[in-house]
Design a protein. Structure first.
Length: 117
């Protein structure tokens, strides 16, 4: 079960359809506050976060999640390509940082690797 927090609903739908083919259930949120509420209320095997959200950033959300969940893998899927953002994401608690428009196969392989380790 994966929580995908992305401000663009279409992107959520596409990734959810792709991951469903591999047996994952994807729960989507389009805001930081909705994503945080879902993360607190449900058991997830991984989180996929966008770098930019309507009401905050993926970094802010990552830090908030790490306050109550220190072990579930977090993968950033972001259009932001600066090295400083990758370092900030890992420092905030993420295990992977993939740059859009990375293909969905790479996302699935990354999630599979993180969830099974």
């Amino acid at each position: 079960r994966i929580l995908y927090v992305e401000e663009h609903a279409e992107s959520c739908e596409l990734l959810a359809l792709w991951l469903k083919n591999y047996g994952y259930e994807v729960v989507s949120a389009n805001t930081m506050s909705d994503g945080l509420g879902l993360a607190k209320s449900g058991a997830f095997d991984a989180y996929v976060l966008s770098g930019k959200l309507i009401d905050g950033t993926g970094l802010d959300l990552c830090r908030q999640i790490r306050l109550f969940d220190r072990t579930t893998p977090i993968v950033f899927y972001s259009a932001v390509t600066r090295d400083t953002d990758l370092v900030a994401a890992v420092t905030a608690g993420a295990q992977a940082y993939l740059i859009k428009p990375n293909d969905f196969e790479q996302i699935e392989l990354t999630i599979k690797h993180l969830v099974n380790n």
